[in-house]
Design a protein around this ligand. Structure first.
Ligand SMILES: Cc1cc2nc3c(=O)[nH]c(=O)nc-3n(C[C@H](O)[C@H](O)[C@H](O)COP(=O)(O)OP(=O)(O)OC[C@H]3O[C@@H](n4cnc5c(N)ncnc54)[C@H](O)[C@@H]3O)c2cc1C
Length: 581
């Protein structure tokens, strides 16, 4: 290999062996490790940052779908407990300035009222979970702690930088170097997950490029501390606050609900970063004078892009999260999409590692996730147009004309942004409608849109959630393997159970009597349950449904576990790649 790592004189690299190497301990890498460890697999995580180097504060919206995934890992409550105080409204507001006029408000409840949210803009979700507005700054330590406490067998090696790999027929040898000591590591694993972010070394080592538009918008962000800012709001406080002053759009996000704030300033296309006076833009947006003081914690520039890797798998190496896709953060979905990536990949990898599915199953990951990702990236990019909106000249006037302009602009902003503020379709509506391991029956999953979610049991769709009569969530009843929901106990399911046992496929049958077992007022047909049998995968997506078992239940199981290799050919394997820093 053409290594860039300094050979530690006279020492052979330290050898480590594991089933899966995860590169990157951001939210996606940590979640991948937890998912695999939760299912009993060996994992090692390497992370180039030191353990005490804080994450960026930029990511703040953890979707309800992601919280469903964290609920299964028993970490959702710990995440929800972080960030804003119990009574801090999670509202999103558009205003002329923080000290100016509110234009429109998206009502989202504080943590205290989160599960009593009827009537809120993001209330009544079709889920046992709710979105959490918790910064990545707090999320990552919770995930790290959970990994340490629940899965203490998983080493997270900090200050350890991935430098390259060689792929072999049945394993990968990855190379890494300790940033502090220069010690070299050689990690042998069956698979590698590159969750190492936007400038992914794993992606570069694979020789893959991101494709798309790499400059849709540019922003400069300042994380700052200002204990007296809360008292300056001229409207009821809110989690996210958008302003337009002159031609500059900006947003202010409450990080701890007390003194820590993140300010994003979006550059108009005609301006360069060098021309931007960030302090002035911040003061203009807040509408504060020299008496306002604050302490800058960190500045960060970022570029809004729409880029997706050409494939998420090369041989035994996979890309997840920002390593695989990047888009502008409207809808707050980059990390959430990465969590969905690894929820999808982890059950497939587990199935292969535990021996109940062939390796060909893994090719379904790219076939399922990449089309979804391409669609999401298009949704998010369309919202850049909103930033081209301009305001009326009288909008800040204390006059009837000013009030009328504010009402009109506020309504336009509301109409344009409700889908990005409350992206229910984005969160729950993604489906694997063209997957080779889903048994299609002629009905497509409903259209995937940003705003609207229509529950459906069409194969590939997310299993519609319902509550049992005893108050239990369907999702809490689902095991980690496959689940056959049987809505009519006259239908014989023994042949499927026998075929599953023969193949060691984990399968549980849950009998549901629609008249007795389901919470009163829930009509299962409205949720799309119109078949006696619905087979759910370990990632809560529908694999198959029917009025009765098919004549050959073994063939059904072989398709959903990727054993029908004709439809699941492996992408080419790349033998060996190493990086320069
Ligand atoms: C302004 C803004 C707001 C956003 N808001 C949201 C939001 O509200 N919700 C949302 O879902 N998304 C949001 N996003 C997107 C979100 O921040 C990212 O999608 C998310 O951080 C990606 O997580 P990740 O784990 O894939 O990558 P990262 O968070 O980048 O983590 C990658 C990790 O890999 C490590 N690493 C890199 N190279 C190596 C190497 N060679 N060896 C070892 N380790 C390595 C890095 O140190 C890092 O810790 C936002 C983005 C921006 C810019």
């Amino acid at each position: 290999m053409n290594g860039d790592t300094p050979a530690a004189a006279g020492h052979a690299p330290r050898a480590i062996e594991t089933a899966v190497l995860v590169v990157g301990a951001g939210p996606v890498g940590l979640t991948a490790a937890m998912q695999l460890a939760h299912r009993g697999n060996d994992v090692v995580v390497i992370e180039q940052r030191g353990a005490d180097v804080p994450a960026s504060a930029k990511c703040n919206h953890i979707s309800a779908r992601t919280m469903e995934i964290y609920r299964r890992l028993d970490v959702a409550d710990a995440i929800r407990a972080e960030g804003l105080p119990d009574d801090f409204p999670n509202d999103g507001v558009y205003a002329t300035r923080l000290t100016g006029y509110e234009l429109t408000r998206f009502r989202m409840p504080c943590r205290r009222d989160r599960f009593d949210d009827h009537g809120y803009d993001d209330g009544d979700l079709p889920s046992p979970e709710r979105a959490a507005r918790v910064s990545q700054l707090y999320l990552e330590p919770v995930l790290r702690r959970h990994l340490r406490e629940r899965f203490s067998q998983v080493p997270v090696l900090h200050e350890t930088r991935f430098t390259g790999f060689e792929q072999h027929d049945d394993h990968v040898i990855s190379h890494a170097v300790r940033e502090d000591t220069g010690e070299e590591l050689e990690i042998r694993s069956r698979y590698v997950i590159g969750a190492d972010g936007a400038s992914s070394s794993v992606r570069k080592a694979l020789g893959l490029r991101l494709r798309g538009d790499d400059n849709l918008t540019r922003a400069r962000t300042r994380l700052f501390r200002a204990p007296d800012l809360l008292s300056r709001f001229n409207y009821p406080r809110a989690w996210m606050n958008w302003f337009i002053v002159d031609d500059i759009w900006s947003s202010l996000i409450a990080i701890d609900g007390e003194e820590l704030w993140n300010f994003h300033c979006f550059m108009p296309p005609t301006r360069e970063f060098a021309d931007l006076d960030l302090d002035k833009a911040l003061r203009d947006a807040l509408g504060v004078g020299p008496d306002f003081t604050y302490e800058t914690v960190r500045d960060e520039d970022w570029i809004g892009r729409r880029l997706v890797a050409g494939t998420f798998q090369v041989g035994r190496v996979f890309l997840s999260g920002d390593a695989a896709h990047l888009w502008v953060p409207y809808g707050g979905y980059g990390m959430n999409a990465g969590i969905a990536d690894v929820a999808n990949l982890a059950w497939m990898m587990d199935a292969v590692l535990q021996g109940w599915a062939p390796e060909s199953l893994l090719t379904a990951h790219d076939a399922e996730r990449r089309p979804v990702t391409e669609q999401v990236s298009a949704f998010a990019s369309n919202f850049v147009e909103v930033l081209q909106e301009t305001e009326s000249e009288v909008i800040e006037e204390d006059s009837a004309a000013g009030a009328a302009a504010r009402r009109a602009f506020g309504q336009r902003l509301r109409d344009a942004n409700i889908r990005s503020m409350v992206p229910t379709g984005l969160n729950f509506g993604y489906a694997y409608g063209t997957s080779p391991i889903v048994v299609h029956d002629g009905e497509e999953p409903p259209p995937f849109t940003m705003g609207d979610y229509q529950p459906s049991t069409a194969p590939g769709a997310r299993l519609p959630h319902f509550w049992f009569a005893d108050g239990e969530s369907l999702y809490d009843a689902l095991p980690d393997g496959f689940t056959l929901l049987r809505f009519d106990d006259n239908v014989d399911v023994a042949p499927l159970a026998a075929a599953a046992a023969e193949r060691s496929v984990p399968l549980r049958v849950i009998n549901v009597d629609p008249a007795e077992d389901v919470e009163k007022g829930i009509d299962l047909a409205d949720l799309g349950y119109r078949h006696a049998l619905v087979l759910a995968r370990p990632d809560q997506h529908v694999a198959w449904r029917g009025a009765a078992l098919p004549p050959d239940p073994g063939a059904l199981l072989d398709q959903v576990r990727g054993a029908v290799t004709a439809q699941c050919d492996r992408p080419e394997r790349q033998a060996s790649r190493t990086l320069s820093r």
